[in-house]
Design a protein around this ligand. Structure first.
Ligand code: ADP
Ligand code: MG
Ligand code: ZN
Length: 417
Protein backbone atom coordinates (compact mmCIF):
# COMPACT_ATOMS: atom_id res chain seq x y z
CA UNK A 1 0.00 0.00 0.00
CA UNK A 2 1.64 3.23 -1.05
CA UNK A 3 1.63 6.00 1.48
CA UNK A 4 -0.87 8.17 -0.37
CA UNK A 5 -3.46 5.40 -0.21
CA UNK A 6 -2.92 4.41 3.40
CA UNK A 7 -6.00 4.80 5.60
CA UNK A 8 -4.46 7.61 7.58
CA UNK A 9 -3.47 9.62 4.53
CA UNK A 10 -6.97 9.23 3.07
CA UNK A 11 -8.43 10.32 6.40
CA UNK A 12 -6.27 13.42 6.38
CA UNK A 13 -6.38 14.30 2.72
CA UNK A 14 -10.03 13.63 1.93
CA UNK A 15 -11.77 14.15 5.26
CA UNK A 16 -9.37 16.60 6.86
CA UNK A 17 -9.05 14.75 10.19
CA UNK A 18 -5.79 14.11 12.02
CA UNK A 19 -6.41 10.74 13.55
CA UNK A 20 -8.83 7.85 13.76
CA UNK A 21 -11.06 7.49 16.77
CA UNK A 22 -11.51 4.37 18.84
CA UNK A 23 -11.65 1.29 16.65
CA UNK A 24 -12.10 3.08 13.35
CA UNK A 25 -8.67 2.20 12.05
CA UNK A 26 -8.94 -1.48 12.95
CA UNK A 27 -12.30 -1.64 11.21
CA UNK A 28 -10.99 0.16 8.14
CA UNK A 29 -8.06 -2.23 7.82
CA UNK A 30 -10.29 -5.24 8.35
CA UNK A 31 -12.46 -4.17 5.42
CA UNK A 32 -9.57 -3.28 3.16
CA UNK A 33 -8.32 -6.82 3.72
CA UNK A 34 -11.67 -8.03 2.39
CA UNK A 35 -13.34 -9.27 5.60
CA UNK A 36 -16.84 -8.71 6.93
CA UNK A 37 -17.55 -6.57 9.99
CA UNK A 38 -20.40 -5.87 12.35
CA UNK A 39 -19.90 -2.51 14.00
CA UNK A 40 -21.72 -1.38 17.12
CA UNK A 41 -20.97 2.18 18.10
CA UNK A 42 -23.06 4.87 19.70
CA UNK A 43 -24.53 7.61 17.57
CA UNK A 44 -22.00 10.30 16.81
CA UNK A 45 -19.03 8.00 17.39
CA UNK A 46 -18.11 8.05 13.71
CA UNK A 47 -19.45 4.96 12.01
CA UNK A 48 -19.52 6.47 8.52
CA UNK A 49 -15.76 6.75 8.21
CA UNK A 50 -15.45 3.04 8.96
CA UNK A 51 -16.75 2.30 5.47
CA UNK A 52 -15.98 5.58 3.73
CA UNK A 53 -12.22 5.30 4.10
CA UNK A 54 -11.94 1.69 2.84
CA UNK A 55 -14.37 2.55 0.06
CA UNK A 56 -11.88 5.07 -1.27
CA UNK A 57 -9.02 2.63 -1.01
CA UNK A 58 -10.56 -0.51 -2.47
CA UNK A 59 -11.16 -0.45 -6.22
CA UNK A 60 -14.75 0.01 -7.34
CA UNK A 61 -17.86 1.66 -5.95
CA UNK A 62 -19.06 1.27 -2.37
CA UNK A 63 -22.75 0.43 -2.24
CA UNK A 64 -24.29 1.89 0.91
CA UNK A 65 -27.72 0.83 2.11
CA UNK A 66 -29.43 3.49 4.15
CA UNK A 67 -33.06 3.56 5.28
CA UNK A 68 -33.89 7.25 5.18
CA UNK A 69 -33.93 9.48 2.14
CA UNK A 70 -33.00 12.55 4.18
CA UNK A 71 -29.96 10.82 5.65
CA UNK A 72 -28.84 9.63 2.26
CA UNK A 73 -29.12 13.08 0.81
CA UNK A 74 -27.07 14.60 3.64
CA UNK A 75 -24.33 12.02 3.34
CA UNK A 76 -24.07 12.38 -0.41
CA UNK A 77 -23.99 16.17 -0.16
CA UNK A 78 -21.27 16.00 2.47
CA UNK A 79 -19.15 13.62 0.38
CA UNK A 80 -19.51 15.73 -2.72
CA UNK A 81 -18.37 18.77 -0.82
CA UNK A 82 -15.20 16.83 -0.07
CA UNK A 83 -14.73 16.21 -3.76
CA UNK A 84 -15.77 12.57 -3.57
CA UNK A 85 -17.91 11.08 -6.36
CA UNK A 86 -21.13 10.09 -4.62
CA UNK A 87 -24.74 9.64 -5.71
CA UNK A 88 -27.92 8.02 -4.50
CA UNK A 89 -30.88 6.11 -5.85
CA UNK A 90 -34.21 6.41 -4.08
CA UNK A 91 -37.90 6.91 -4.67
CA UNK A 92 -37.70 10.71 -4.56
CA UNK A 93 -35.92 10.95 -7.91
CA UNK A 94 -37.02 11.75 -11.43
CA UNK A 95 -36.45 9.21 -14.15
CA UNK A 96 -33.72 11.31 -15.74
CA UNK A 97 -31.73 11.57 -12.55
CA UNK A 98 -31.97 7.82 -12.03
CA UNK A 99 -30.61 7.13 -15.51
CA UNK A 100 -27.75 9.48 -14.97
CA UNK A 101 -26.71 7.82 -11.70
CA UNK A 102 -27.03 4.36 -13.22
CA UNK A 103 -24.83 5.29 -16.13
CA UNK A 104 -22.23 6.86 -13.91
CA UNK A 105 -22.12 3.69 -11.83
CA UNK A 106 -21.81 1.41 -14.84
CA UNK A 107 -18.95 3.52 -16.20
CA UNK A 108 -17.11 3.21 -12.89
CA UNK A 109 -17.38 6.91 -12.16
CA UNK A 110 -18.75 6.65 -8.64
CA UNK A 111 -16.94 6.11 -5.37
CA UNK A 112 -20.21 5.78 -3.50
CA UNK A 113 -23.70 4.70 -4.43
CA UNK A 114 -26.28 5.14 -1.67
CA UNK A 115 -29.40 3.06 -2.16
CA UNK A 116 -32.63 2.54 -0.24
CA UNK A 117 -33.07 -1.15 0.57
CA UNK A 118 -36.34 -1.59 -1.31
CA UNK A 119 -34.73 -0.21 -4.44
CA UNK A 120 -31.55 -2.18 -4.09
CA UNK A 121 -33.44 -5.45 -4.18
CA UNK A 122 -35.30 -4.71 -7.39
CA UNK A 123 -34.27 -6.68 -10.48
CA UNK A 124 -33.30 -3.47 -12.17
CA UNK A 125 -30.87 -2.51 -9.45
CA UNK A 126 -29.42 -6.00 -9.04
CA UNK A 127 -28.75 -6.08 -12.79
CA UNK A 128 -27.18 -2.65 -12.58
CA UNK A 129 -24.81 -3.77 -9.84
CA UNK A 130 -23.71 -6.66 -12.04
CA UNK A 131 -22.46 -4.12 -14.54
CA UNK A 132 -20.01 -2.35 -12.23
CA UNK A 133 -17.32 -3.20 -9.75
CA UNK A 134 -18.28 -3.16 -6.09
CA UNK A 135 -15.73 -2.14 -3.48
CA UNK A 136 -17.84 -3.12 -0.49
CA UNK A 137 -21.37 -3.23 0.83
CA UNK A 138 -22.18 -1.05 3.83
CA UNK A 139 -25.47 -1.65 5.58
CA UNK A 140 -26.16 1.35 7.76
CA UNK A 141 -28.71 1.33 10.59
CA UNK A 142 -28.48 -2.44 10.48
CA UNK A 143 -30.79 -2.85 13.48
CA UNK A 144 -33.62 -2.25 10.99
CA UNK A 145 -33.33 -5.95 10.18
CA UNK A 146 -34.28 -6.90 13.72
CA UNK A 147 -37.88 -7.56 14.52
CA UNK A 148 -37.05 -6.97 18.15
CA UNK A 149 -35.59 -3.56 17.51
CA UNK A 150 -37.61 -0.38 17.58
CA UNK A 151 -37.22 0.34 13.91
CA UNK A 152 -37.92 -2.86 11.99
CA UNK A 153 -37.99 -2.54 8.20
CA UNK A 154 -39.02 -5.67 6.36
CA UNK A 155 -37.00 -4.61 3.27
CA UNK A 156 -33.83 -5.20 5.24
CA UNK A 157 -34.57 -8.90 5.43
CA UNK A 158 -33.76 -9.31 1.75
CA UNK A 159 -30.24 -7.97 2.14
CA UNK A 160 -28.75 -11.39 2.79
CA UNK A 161 -29.07 -11.82 -0.97
CA UNK A 162 -26.12 -9.50 -1.46
CA UNK A 163 -23.78 -12.05 -0.01
CA UNK A 164 -25.21 -14.86 -2.10
CA UNK A 165 -24.69 -12.88 -5.26
CA UNK A 166 -21.35 -11.26 -4.37
CA UNK A 167 -19.67 -13.65 -1.94
CA UNK A 168 -16.27 -12.02 -2.34
CA UNK A 169 -17.32 -8.45 -1.67
CA UNK A 170 -16.75 -7.48 1.98
CA UNK A 171 -19.74 -6.31 3.94
CA UNK A 172 -19.98 -4.02 6.92
CA UNK A 173 -23.16 -3.65 8.97
CA UNK A 174 -23.38 -0.69 11.33
CA UNK A 175 -25.72 0.26 14.11
CA UNK A 176 -25.91 2.30 17.29
CA UNK A 177 -28.59 0.09 18.73
CA UNK A 178 -27.59 -3.27 19.85
CA UNK A 179 -28.58 -5.35 22.77
CA UNK A 180 -26.77 -8.71 22.66
CA UNK A 181 -30.01 -10.18 21.35
CA UNK A 182 -30.32 -7.68 18.51
CA UNK A 183 -26.67 -8.14 17.65
CA UNK A 184 -27.10 -11.86 17.16
CA UNK A 185 -30.22 -11.29 15.14
CA UNK A 186 -28.43 -8.85 12.81
CA UNK A 187 -25.56 -11.27 12.25
CA UNK A 188 -27.88 -14.15 11.60
CA UNK A 189 -30.36 -12.38 9.35
CA UNK A 190 -27.76 -10.66 7.22
CA UNK A 191 -25.77 -13.87 6.97
CA UNK A 192 -22.80 -12.19 8.63
CA UNK A 193 -21.63 -15.40 10.21
CA UNK A 194 -17.93 -14.79 9.52
CA UNK A 195 -18.02 -11.13 10.46
CA UNK A 196 -15.78 -9.82 13.19
CA UNK A 197 -17.73 -7.84 15.77
CA UNK A 198 -16.42 -4.44 16.75
CA UNK A 199 -18.24 -3.22 19.84
CA UNK A 200 -17.49 0.23 21.16
CA UNK A 201 -18.33 1.35 24.65
CA UNK A 202 -21.82 2.76 24.86
CA UNK A 203 -21.18 4.94 27.84
CA UNK A 204 -21.58 8.68 27.41
CA UNK A 205 -19.98 9.81 30.65
CA UNK A 206 -20.62 13.51 30.07
CA UNK A 207 -24.38 12.97 30.00
CA UNK A 208 -26.09 13.22 33.36
CA UNK A 209 -29.22 11.09 33.44
CA UNK A 210 -32.05 12.43 35.56
CA UNK A 211 -35.60 11.15 35.87
CA UNK A 212 -38.11 13.06 37.97
CA UNK A 213 -41.60 12.17 39.02
CA UNK A 214 -44.11 13.87 36.79
CA UNK A 215 -46.72 16.19 38.23
CA UNK A 216 -47.07 19.57 36.53
CA UNK A 217 -44.80 18.64 33.67
CA UNK A 218 -44.67 21.94 31.80
CA UNK A 219 -43.75 23.82 34.99
CA UNK A 220 -41.20 21.16 35.81
CA UNK A 221 -39.67 21.43 32.36
CA UNK A 222 -39.54 25.20 32.60
CA UNK A 223 -37.91 24.98 36.01
CA UNK A 224 -35.35 22.51 34.71
CA UNK A 225 -34.43 24.69 31.74
CA UNK A 226 -34.25 27.88 33.79
CA UNK A 227 -32.25 26.40 36.62
CA UNK A 228 -29.87 24.17 34.72
CA UNK A 229 -29.83 25.20 31.08
CA UNK A 230 -30.84 28.82 30.66
CA UNK A 231 -29.82 29.99 27.21
CA UNK A 232 -28.71 26.53 26.07
CA UNK A 233 -29.68 24.57 22.99
CA UNK A 234 -31.85 21.59 23.74
CA UNK A 235 -34.42 19.14 22.46
CA UNK A 236 -37.69 18.35 24.22
CA UNK A 237 -39.35 15.13 23.08
CA UNK A 238 -43.13 14.61 23.24
CA UNK A 239 -45.25 11.76 21.97
CA UNK A 240 -47.90 13.76 20.13
CA UNK A 241 -47.78 16.52 17.54
CA UNK A 242 -50.27 18.66 19.45
CA UNK A 243 -48.20 18.46 22.54
CA UNK A 244 -45.08 19.70 20.75
CA UNK A 245 -46.99 22.78 19.63
CA UNK A 246 -48.64 23.44 22.99
CA UNK A 247 -45.38 23.01 24.84
CA UNK A 248 -43.41 25.19 22.44
CA UNK A 249 -46.01 27.94 22.80
CA UNK A 250 -45.92 27.64 26.55
CA UNK A 251 -42.12 27.90 26.63
CA UNK A 252 -42.19 30.90 24.30
CA UNK A 253 -44.67 32.68 26.55
CA UNK A 254 -42.23 32.07 29.37
CA UNK A 255 -39.44 33.71 27.41
CA UNK A 256 -37.68 30.65 26.04
CA UNK A 257 -36.69 30.52 22.39
CA UNK A 258 -38.64 27.37 21.50
CA UNK A 259 -40.05 25.92 18.27
CA UNK A 260 -42.21 22.89 17.52
CA UNK A 261 -41.20 20.19 15.06
CA UNK A 262 -43.17 17.19 13.85
CA UNK A 263 -43.92 15.29 10.67
CA UNK A 264 -47.26 17.06 10.23
CA UNK A 265 -45.64 20.41 9.49
CA UNK A 266 -44.99 21.49 5.91
CA UNK A 267 -41.58 20.33 4.69
CA UNK A 268 -40.43 23.88 4.15
CA UNK A 269 -41.22 24.96 7.68
CA UNK A 270 -39.52 21.88 9.04
CA UNK A 271 -36.39 22.58 7.04
CA UNK A 272 -36.42 26.20 8.15
CA UNK A 273 -36.78 25.33 11.83
CA UNK A 274 -34.14 22.64 11.65
CA UNK A 275 -31.73 25.07 10.00
CA UNK A 276 -32.38 27.60 12.74
CA UNK A 277 -31.81 25.05 15.44
CA UNK A 278 -28.47 24.09 13.88
CA UNK A 279 -27.34 27.63 13.22
CA UNK A 280 -28.41 29.68 16.22
CA UNK A 281 -27.41 29.30 19.83
CA UNK A 282 -29.87 28.59 22.55
CA UNK A 283 -32.83 27.32 20.52
CA UNK A 284 -35.05 24.70 22.11
CA UNK A 285 -36.70 22.29 19.69
CA UNK A 286 -39.90 20.72 21.01
CA UNK A 287 -40.34 17.70 18.81
CA UNK A 288 -41.69 14.27 18.18
CA UNK A 289 -39.14 11.58 17.41
CA UNK A 290 -39.43 12.68 13.78
CA UNK A 291 -36.68 15.12 14.75
CA UNK A 292 -33.10 14.16 15.31
CA UNK A 293 -32.00 11.38 12.95
CA UNK A 294 -28.96 12.62 11.15
CA UNK A 295 -28.88 15.89 13.06
CA UNK A 296 -25.32 16.66 13.90
CA UNK A 297 -25.19 19.50 16.38
CA UNK A 298 -22.36 19.01 18.84
CA UNK A 299 -23.47 21.51 21.48
CA UNK A 300 -26.98 20.32 22.33
CA UNK A 301 -26.80 20.75 26.10
CA UNK A 302 -29.92 18.89 27.11
CA UNK A 303 -32.47 16.41 25.86
CA UNK A 304 -35.74 16.32 27.81
CA UNK A 305 -38.51 13.74 27.60
CA UNK A 306 -41.86 14.88 28.87
CA UNK A 307 -43.47 11.62 27.79
CA UNK A 308 -42.13 8.16 28.36
CA UNK A 309 -40.20 6.84 25.33
CA UNK A 310 -41.46 3.53 24.00
CA UNK A 311 -38.18 1.70 24.43
CA UNK A 312 -34.76 1.95 26.04
CA UNK A 313 -33.20 1.90 22.57
CA UNK A 314 -35.22 4.96 21.64
CA UNK A 315 -34.40 6.68 24.91
CA UNK A 316 -30.69 6.01 24.48
CA UNK A 317 -30.66 7.19 20.91
CA UNK A 318 -32.60 10.36 21.67
CA UNK A 319 -30.64 11.28 24.80
CA UNK A 320 -27.46 10.53 22.86
CA UNK A 321 -28.04 13.70 20.85
CA UNK A 322 -26.97 15.69 23.91
CA UNK A 323 -23.35 16.58 24.51
CA UNK A 324 -21.73 15.25 21.37
CA UNK A 325 -18.92 17.73 21.99
CA UNK A 326 -18.03 15.84 25.17
CA UNK A 327 -18.93 18.74 27.47
CA UNK A 328 -21.41 18.26 30.31
CA UNK A 329 -24.99 17.71 29.19
CA UNK A 330 -28.23 16.52 30.73
CA UNK A 331 -30.76 13.88 29.78
CA UNK A 332 -33.85 14.85 31.76
CA UNK A 333 -37.12 13.00 31.86
CA UNK A 334 -40.39 13.44 33.69
CA UNK A 335 -42.07 10.13 34.27
CA UNK A 336 -45.46 9.34 35.72
CA UNK A 337 -47.35 6.11 36.14
CA UNK A 338 -50.10 7.54 33.99
CA UNK A 339 -47.67 7.31 31.05
CA UNK A 340 -47.25 3.62 31.67
CA UNK A 341 -50.95 2.98 31.99
CA UNK A 342 -51.63 4.93 28.83
CA UNK A 343 -48.94 3.16 26.82
CA UNK A 344 -50.09 -0.25 28.00
CA UNK A 345 -53.55 0.61 26.87
CA UNK A 346 -52.27 1.82 23.51
CA UNK A 347 -50.48 -1.48 23.03
CA UNK A 348 -53.53 -3.50 24.06
CA UNK A 349 -55.84 -1.51 21.80
CA UNK A 350 -53.47 -1.47 18.85
CA UNK A 351 -54.14 -3.47 15.72
CA UNK A 352 -50.70 -5.07 15.92
CA UNK A 353 -50.42 -8.85 16.09
CA UNK A 354 -49.52 -10.84 19.20
CA UNK A 355 -45.83 -10.58 18.42
CA UNK A 356 -46.01 -6.82 18.18
CA UNK A 357 -47.88 -6.59 21.47
CA UNK A 358 -45.46 -8.86 23.26
CA UNK A 359 -42.46 -6.98 21.94
CA UNK A 360 -43.92 -3.57 22.76
CA UNK A 361 -44.84 -4.75 26.23
CA UNK A 362 -41.31 -6.02 26.85
CA UNK A 363 -39.83 -2.75 25.62
CA UNK A 364 -42.10 -0.78 27.91
CA UNK A 365 -41.14 -3.00 30.85
CA UNK A 366 -37.46 -2.31 30.23
CA UNK A 367 -38.14 1.42 30.09
CA UNK A 368 -40.12 1.18 33.30
CA UNK A 369 -37.25 -0.63 35.00
CA UNK A 370 -34.97 2.26 34.14
CA UNK A 371 -37.41 4.78 35.60
CA UNK A 372 -38.03 2.80 38.76
CA UNK A 373 -34.50 1.72 39.50
CA UNK A 374 -32.94 2.43 42.86
CA UNK A 375 -29.54 1.70 41.38
CA UNK A 376 -27.36 3.84 39.14
CA UNK A 377 -29.29 4.65 35.95
CA UNK A 378 -26.19 4.44 33.80
CA UNK A 379 -25.35 0.99 35.11
CA UNK A 380 -28.82 -0.19 34.19
CA UNK A 381 -28.75 1.49 30.80
CA UNK A 382 -25.38 -0.02 29.91
CA UNK A 383 -26.44 -3.43 31.22
CA UNK A 384 -29.31 -3.25 28.78
CA UNK A 385 -26.73 -3.03 26.01
CA UNK A 386 -24.79 -5.91 27.48
CA UNK A 387 -22.06 -3.83 29.14
CA UNK A 388 -21.02 -3.93 32.76
CA UNK A 389 -20.16 -0.81 34.73
CA UNK A 390 -19.77 0.65 38.19
CA UNK A 391 -22.12 3.22 39.72
CA UNK A 392 -21.40 6.39 37.79
CA UNK A 393 -21.63 9.24 40.25
CA UNK A 394 -23.23 11.34 37.53
CA UNK A 395 -26.90 10.40 37.49
CA UNK A 396 -29.72 11.47 39.78
CA UNK A 397 -29.74 8.17 41.64
CA UNK A 398 -26.02 8.31 42.35
CA UNK A 399 -26.14 11.98 43.28
CA UNK A 400 -29.23 11.88 45.47
CA UNK A 401 -30.23 8.34 46.39
CA UNK A 402 -34.03 8.47 46.23
CA UNK A 403 -36.79 7.08 48.37
CA UNK A 404 -38.48 4.98 45.78
CA UNK A 405 -40.21 2.40 47.94
CA UNK A 406 -43.59 4.11 47.76
CA UNK A 407 -43.36 4.69 44.03
CA UNK A 408 -42.58 1.05 43.40
CA UNK A 409 -45.46 -0.14 45.50
CA UNK A 410 -47.79 2.27 43.73
CA UNK A 411 -46.50 1.03 40.40
CA UNK A 412 -47.16 -2.55 41.30
CA UNK A 413 -50.67 -1.71 42.40
CA UNK A 414 -51.50 0.11 39.22
CA UNK A 415 -49.87 -2.43 36.94
CA UNK A 416 -51.59 -5.38 38.51
CA UNK A 417 -54.98 -3.65 38.62
P1 ADP B 1 -22.43 7.88 13.55
O1 ADP B 1 -22.84 7.38 12.20
O2 ADP B 1 -21.66 6.89 14.35
O3 ADP B 1 -23.57 8.45 14.33
P2 ADP B 1 -20.97 9.84 12.04
O4 ADP B 1 -20.26 8.91 11.15
O5 ADP B 1 -22.12 10.57 11.47
O6 ADP B 1 -21.42 9.10 13.37
O7 ADP B 1 -19.90 10.85 12.64
C1 ADP B 1 -20.24 11.81 13.60
C2 ADP B 1 -19.31 12.98 13.53
O8 ADP B 1 -18.02 12.65 13.99
C3 ADP B 1 -19.14 13.51 12.11
O9 ADP B 1 -19.21 14.90 12.12
C4 ADP B 1 -17.75 13.03 11.74
O10 ADP B 1 -17.17 13.83 10.76
C5 ADP B 1 -17.03 13.09 13.06
N1 ADP B 1 -15.88 12.17 13.10
C6 ADP B 1 -15.93 10.84 12.91
N2 ADP B 1 -14.71 10.29 13.00
C7 ADP B 1 -13.85 11.30 13.25
C8 ADP B 1 -12.41 11.39 13.46
N3 ADP B 1 -11.63 10.32 13.40
N4 ADP B 1 -11.90 12.60 13.70
C9 ADP B 1 -12.70 13.69 13.76
N5 ADP B 1 -14.02 13.69 13.58
C10 ADP B 1 -14.61 12.51 13.33
MG1 MG C 1 -24.52 7.05 11.07
ZN1 ZN D 1 -25.20 6.73 38.35
Amino acid sequence: MSDSTSPLSVLKRVFGYDSFRGEQQAIVEHLIAGHDALVLMPTGAGKSLCYQVPALIRPGTAVVVSPLIALMQDQVDALRELGVRAAFLNSSQEWEAIREVENAFARGELDFLYVAPERLLTDRCMRLLERGRIALFAIDEAHCVSQWGHDFRPEYLGLSRLHEQWPDVPRIALTATATPQTRDEIAQRLGLTQARHFVAGFDRPNIRYTIVEKNDVRRQLLGFIREEHAGDSGIVYCLSRNKTEDTAEFLCREGIDAMAYHAGLPAELRAQRQARFLRDDGVVMVATIAFGMGINKPDVRFVAHIDLPKSVEGYYQETGRAGRDGLPATAWMAYGLQDVVQQRKMIDDSTGDEFFKRRSGAQLDAMLALCETVQCRRTLLLAYFGQQSQACGNCDVCLTPPQTWDGTVAAQKILSA
